[in-house]
Design a protein around this ligand. Structure first.
Ligand SMILES: CC(=O)SCCNC(=O)CCNC(=O)[C@H](O)C(C)(C)COP(=O)(O)OP(=O)(O)OC[C@H]1O[C@@H](n2cnc3c(N)ncnc32)[C@H](O)[C@@H]1OP(=O)(O)O
Ligand SMILES: O=C([O-])CC(=O)C(=O)O
Length: 380
């Protein structure tokens, strides 16, 4: 026997499940205590007491801003809200049949190619690029939805906070206070979640010493998939398949679930790679969804939500993830289903870019090994 044939088979970590690949100071996901901390603060407390702007500042700088820092940060964000006419022109050339996530991916790339600091990856340049993307993305997401509806661009409002302005640019009218609050909550909850697939993608791209916009563009591609961010859209598609009107909703949902599970379908918005007893963010987002159900007087949404969640618990012992309450909440606020994951992009830009900057502080090329299982060496 040769040394090669006696070597122990390497352990394969399919999907990198359970593998700790690096350290991070940005967030802590703890499935045992069902908690999520951003820079040490419980996300539920941040959602209750902070604006999304404060949370973005925290993720990038490690501390919450004082009044003066927040004023400067807010002024900078407001100054970057208008849609760059070149980005608008590029969006206008893309078909409305393209998925809105393809528009986000393209916009991130175009914004990068036009950035005055494009080839500068210093911490200062990267913070500036992160801020510019954070400020610009609501316009990208809102305008793409509007053009699909045959509507004109709505200019940003400098007198509104991030969440209120995002809704303003999307719908051309001021949203009610509880809608702004629920939207702000969703943006905070979606902002950051350690080494999830899209953030890890951003870190892999960054590890080659590529630029921030390339990393964000790659992350958008990873987020699009229904096993990750795309699930918030898929939840709404499930609700629509079951149907929200007429008959006994609970019975219909139960029958739909039996069929789906019998044909081995994954139920979107349920399950998580890290949390096995429920997602730490769901109670806060479910409370925001309940507010929206009350605000828009749409109790059938809650009935369907509860029926599917109870069915999944009973049949599979699998709990909802954040996408489950977020999808119907965005639907109630008036967003098109295809816009749900782009909203997630606008939020997660903060987490991705915090990780890009952290990766560069102590970079090592990310390049794992694989076990070859193809044919042995052979001749032509
Ligand atoms: C913001 C976010 O990105 S949160 C995640 C959003 N994604 C979704 O909601 C998509 C639906 N969920 C899933 O596909 C999975 O739960 C994932 C991808 C999120 C996590 O998956 P993994 O950790 O790889 O677990 P895996 O897919 O191996 O599932 C383990 C078992 O639970 C089952 N399971 C997990 N999630 C689901 C689900 N949503 N519906 C039905 N069964 C499920 C699997 O079929 C598998 O069963 P088996 O052991 O009998 O084969
Ligand atoms: O952590 C994950 O694998 C997915 C997730 O919930 C997120 O990115 O918010």
């Amino acid at each position: 026997m040769t040394a090669e044939t006696t070597a122990p088979a390497p352990q394969i970590h399919k999907g990198l499940a359970g593998v700790v690949v690096d350290t991070t100071r940005i967030s802590k996901v703890n499935p045992d205590t069902n908690s999520l901390l951003y820079r040490g603060y419980p996300v539920q407390e941040l959602a209750a007491k902070c604006s999304f702007e404060q949370v973005a500042y925290l993720l990038w700088n490690g501390e919450l801003p004082d009044a003066e820092q927040l004023a400067a940060f807010t002024a900078r964000e407001r100054a970057g809200r208008a849609l760059d006419p070149v980005v608008k022109t590029v969006i206008d050339t893309l078909p409305t049949t393209a998925h809105p996530m393809d528009i986000c991916r393209t916009a991130a790339s175009v914004i990068g190619a036009r950035h005055p600091l494009a080839e500068d990856s210093s911490p200062e340049a990267n913070l500036s690029k992160a801020m510019d993307l954070f400020a610009a993305f609501p316009a990208v997401v809102a305008y793409d939805q509007r053009r699909r509806r045959g509507q004109q661009l709505v200019e940003p409002r400098g007198d509104l906070g991030y969440a209120a302005n995002f809704l303003w640019m999307s719908f051309g009218e001021e949203a009610a206070e509880d809608v702004v609050e629920a939207f702000n909550t969703s943006m905070i909850l979606y902002a950051e979640h350690s080494f999830n697939a899209s953030t890890f993608t951003a870190r892999v791209v960054t590890s080659t010493l590529s630029d921030l916009h390339s990393a964000v563009t790659g992350a958008i591609g990873a987020l699009k998939g229904p096993l990750h961010g795309g699930a918030n859209e898929a939840v709404m598609e499930t609700f629509e398949q079951i149907g929200l009107e007429g008959g006994n909703l609970t019975e219909r949902a139960t029958a739909w679930l039996e069929d789906a599970l019998a044909s081995k379908k994954k139920i979107m918005g349920f399950g998580h790679r890290v949390y096995k007893h429920g997602d730490s963010r769901v109670p806060t987002m479910k409370a925001a969804l309940d507010k929206m159900v009350a605000h828009y007087n749409r109790p059938e949404i809650s009935e369907l939500y509860d029926a599917l969640a109870a069915g999944m618990h009973q049949r599979k012992n699998i709990e909802p993830n954040l996408d489950y309450p977020a999808g119907p909440a965005y639907h109630l606020m008036g967003f098109d289903t295809g816009t749900f994951t782009p909203i997630f992009v606008a939020s997660r830009i903060t987490g991705w870019t915090a990780h890009i900057m952290e990766q560069l502080e102590a970079n090592s090329l990310i390049r794992p090994l694989s076990e070859y299982t193809g044919p042995d060496q052979r001749s032509l």
